[in-house]
Design a protein around this ligand. Structure first.
Ligand code: ADP
Ligand code: ASP
Ligand code: MG
Length: 471
């Protein structure tokens, strides 16, 4: 008997047809004698609806959040009615959903009265999506004879209080999960757990960042010592690029933890960037598979770097970023300017995605999301005011409308001429490279380019990745 942690994303639980597939997938595994731990996302689009409720409530639009709540109820009720028979289980499930939506309206009401939302109350409101979906999926499974029960991750995943993007406190979380779930598993019950959410030590609900359901599933997979983890989603696996960017994208049969980590960090939405962290040390194999095409074996993700015939395995991009350039002839040999710059950047909550330094030390540049760029610029100018006055630093400039383009592939480590080939490809496509950085792990190279060039740059580099898949 194997223990398999399965995570079903928003689209996978987003419609009655999709839930039908989820039920068959889980019931099949249970029928084969496997123990399954299920982690679910909110139905597709629900997290966005809930975030919009927060906004509307803060803006005084009571009608908007009340009517959204009614629509959410209708959507969950439709699925529950389709998958459960009339009777106590259906009634109880609908009753619980009503309870969650009642609390939702009360929380929105509080935001409405105050006229603003704290990140703490935002997380409590947003968590409703996963809380409803776990109950709905558990009921659908029970109706098919699977002994399933819904669980709240907030009772197990302990985090700090960085609401909307909380950090997991690992030791306590592991102890909580084992204490709660091992007896459940022992008794042959299939837990259906809310992804994406946790709670602080004093019980306030937190979320792990957008797309965090994958990360939650990996936490549960590691803590219950799963033999395997499967992320069920709406594509056949991890692909050579986002199929929405280039229709020619192909499924990669295998990719390493390290490679997929880079891919996710640099924008491939298929997995949350932190997903591999919890399962890395235990070397738990991770598969990405398609809920709507379960015959496809998907992508296997594991610890070994598979030698590849090509250097570029996949291409990814991050939009809505800006480049900050700190320059000045006098910076040469002045210790600490970079350190102080990054600290000033962190102080305004700007996350650095990529750093590049010219060997001359006359300037260095780094990338942050564009909504924080101006805050970061002013914070750096304040921090470096003395250096600017002395003339050691000339300027701090923001370059907007750029994107990060990243190529990933373990074969790049130690392969001479990779950067050259990639540069030539971009040059031939008429793409101007503004900055370049190679990760210390050497499994990725990132470029900053003008956003207008992104589409053709992706297509050009994607050709390199496709050469190998097709070969
Ligand atoms: P879920 O709701 O199941 O978590 P997401 O929408 O978060 O699903 O992630 C799946 C989506 O990720 C796909 O529909 C696809 O458009 C996008 N994606 C981006 N890059 C890749 C890639 N390299 N391989 C596969 N999918 C990708
Ligand atoms: N529902 C959350 C989101 O939309 C988390 C997830 O789907 O993984 O971001
Ligand atoms: Mg996702």
């Amino acid at each position: 008997m194997a223990t398999i942690t399965m995570k079903f994303g928003g689209t996978s639980v987003g419609s009655p047809e999709a839930i039908q597939n989820v039920v068959s997938i889980v019931a099949d595994a249970v029928g084969q004698g496997d123990q399954v731990v299920v982690v679910v996302s909110a139905m597709s689009g629900v997290t966005d609806v809930l975030l919009n409720c927060v906004k509307e409530a803060a803006g005084g639009n009571k009608w908007a959040y009340l009517s959204a709540a009614q629509k959410l109820r209708d959507r969950h009720e439709e699925a529950i009615n389709m998958f459960t028979s009339p009777g106590a289980d259906r009634e109880n499930t609908l009753h619980e959903i009503d309870g969650i939506l009642k609390q939702h309206s009360e929380l929105c009401q509080a935001v409405n009265i105050l006229g603003e939302a704290t990140s703490r109350i935002t997380d409590s409101i947003v968590a409703a999506g996963e809380r409803m979906s776990a109950r709905m999926v558990a009921a659908a499974l029970r109706n098919q004879g699977v002994n399933a029960r819904a669980y709240e991750a907030s009772r197990m995943v302990l985090t700090d209080d960085r609401f909307t993007s909380a950090t997991v406190q690992w030791e306590q979380t592991e102890a909580n999960i084992r204490r709660t779930l091992l007896p459940v598993i022992e008794n042959g019950i299939i837990p259906v757990i809310t992804g994406f959410i946790g709670a602080t030590a004093d019980g306030h609900v937190t979320t792990l960042g957008r797309g965090g359901g994958d990360y939650s599933a990996a936490i549960f997979a590691a803590c219950v010592d799963s033999d395997e983890m499967i992320v069920w989603t709406d594509v056949n696996g991890v692909m050579t690029t986002d199929p929405r960017m280039d229709k020619r994208a192909r499924v990669l049969p295998y990719i390493s933890y390290q490679e997929v980590g880079e891919l996710a960090f640099y924008g491939a939405k298929v997995l949350h960037p932190k997903t591999v962290q919890p399962i890395l040390n235990k070397r738990i194999p991770l598969r990405v598979r398609n809920t709507f095409n379960s015959a496809h074996s998907g992508t296997l993700i594991g610890p070994d770097a598979e030698p590849s015939t090509t250097v570029v395995k996949a291409v990814t991009a991050v939009r809505n970023v800006a480049l900050l350039i700190v320059s000045g002839r006098g910076m040469m040999g002045v210790p600490g300017i970079a350190g102080r710059t990054f600290l000033a950047t962190a102080q305004v909550g700007a996350n650095i995605l990529m750093i590049s330094q010219a060997s001359s030390e006359q300037n260095f540049c780094f990338v942050v999301t564009d909504d924080r760029a101006d805050f970061a610029k002013h914070s750096i100018e304040r921090e470096l005011a003395g250096d600017i006055e002395r003339g050691d630093v000339d300027s701090v400039n923001v370059v907007g409308e750029v994107a990060i383009l990243t190529v990933v592939g373990a074969g790049m480590a130690g392969t001479p001429g990779v950067a050259g080939r990639v540069f030539t490809t971009l040059g031939d496509a008429g793409v101007n490279v503004i900055a370049i950085a190679q990760g210390a792990s050497e499994v990725s190279i990132s470029f900053v380019i003008n956003e207008v060039d992104l589409k053709q740059a992706v297509i050009a580099l994607h050709n390199l990745a496709l050469e190998a898949v097709i070969a």
